[in-house]
Design a protein. Sequence first.
Length: 290
Amino acid sequence: MTDNFFDVVDNDGNPVDPDRNEDKDLRESKGTESGKSASETEIDKNSANEEKKQGMSVKNPVLAEIIDWIKVLSVAAVLAFCINNFIIANSTIPTGSMESTIMPGARVFGSRLTYTFGEVQRDDIAIFKYGYTCKNDKQMYRENDEHACPLCGREDKKNSVVYYVKRVIGMPGDHIEIKQTGTADASEFHNINIGLNPDGTTPEVPVGTVYVNGVAKEEVYLSEPMIVDGRQFPEVDVVVPEGSYYVLGDNRNNSMDARYWGKYNMVARDRMVAKVYVKYWPLNDIGVVK
Ligand SMILES: [Zn+2]
């Protein structure tokens, strides 16, 4: 849990400081109907305080105040827990794999409800459970049939869960292909550094296309051509099993995604955590994610 779970704000969204009751009183006066005189307001307020005092079983005012605040903080903590665990998934984008759509280091909000009560849709940007970081050797690994760190064998349940954010490309039953379809000039790339040929000329870069059930997918969210050289940037030919999804990063030339996960290249439905709707950090890049 983070500190902000315990921030308490008033109706205007201003932080409320328990030690500064004067401020609160000022706001109450300000909010009074114009029809009432100041003295009437004072009386209303006093009688309200009087009722409050009578309703209290604790005589010590300091203790009463502390108990009030414990109640407020408890409710805030329970609410924050529920929102965080059942409604909103709050995630940091660790790498540049979604760059151009979501920058590395950005923070996003996703809705868990979308995947609890609705379906995963093609082109969703999804937060999903990718695997774990081993607490022994700090190795991040894809979850696997051994349910343990491939380096040292430490069990998944003793390690930290790793979530990824990628775009849903393949739906259950889809035939997904990535094929080399041509070349692009090196000047078309700005997310990846294309070196020069030995003779100093700029190389033609082999690029490709994603096909869904034989139809070329129009990928408007890509900011540069997708390199497909059959080696570092592989061709793909897979059928998505029922109950699974095939996911790729928007920064396709710099994304560790399903192309590289070998036999674990599918994301099961129950690993889908939340659909991303909003990026909120950094503030100058706040907005709706498409
Ligand atoms: Zn390990």
